[in-house]
Ligand binder design. Structure first.
Ligand code: AMP
Ligand code: ZN
Length: 120
């Protein structure tokens, strides 16, 4: 009971859940049944995209454990976008845990690349 309430609180306070619910507006670059993708607000490279599951999971480890099919969909969206926006050279990164630099505790993949696709 208490655990269920705590999870709801986490989701209510989660930045990326607010993006999923459109309480915070951002420019989406892709949407699938279970994922959303948008530009990182503080890009580290010419292409810096975030791909998130619509469901709240605190990090990629929890996502892999509890919803592996959705993790697979996140990876598919991420690699499709890398194909659209990069030459094929990119970093795919999941920061996991505060000590590894995770600041938003809703699982997300970063696509990071300075190798922009010709014409995009
Ligand atoms: P991480 O450090 O792996 O947790 O990544 C969180 C990322 O979210 C950072 O790269 C931030 O720049 C990015 N970010 C934070 N707020 C927003 C926002 N409103 N829209 C887009 N990206 C955001
Ligand atoms: Zn969330």
């Amino acid at each position: 009971m208490a655990k269920t309430r705590l999870m709801s609180m986490n989701e209510a306070n989660c930045l990326f859940c607010k993006i999923v619910s459109r309480d915070i507006t951002t420019e989406f670059v892709a949407e699938t049944a279970n994922t959303l993708a948008f530009w990182d607000i503080a890009p580290l490279a010419k292409v810096h995209l975030l791909i998130i599951p619509k469901q709240h999971h605190r990090d990629v480890a929890e996502l892999a454990k509890n919803a592996p099919a959705i993790l697979s969909e996140v990876l598919k969206t991420a690699t499709d976008l890398a194909d659209t926006f990069t030459s094929g050279s990119f970093k795919l990164q999941f920061n996991t845990g505060a000590d590894a630099g995770q600041t938003v505790f809703h699982a997300h993949a970063h696509i990071i690349s300075d190798s922009v696709k010709d014409g995009s």
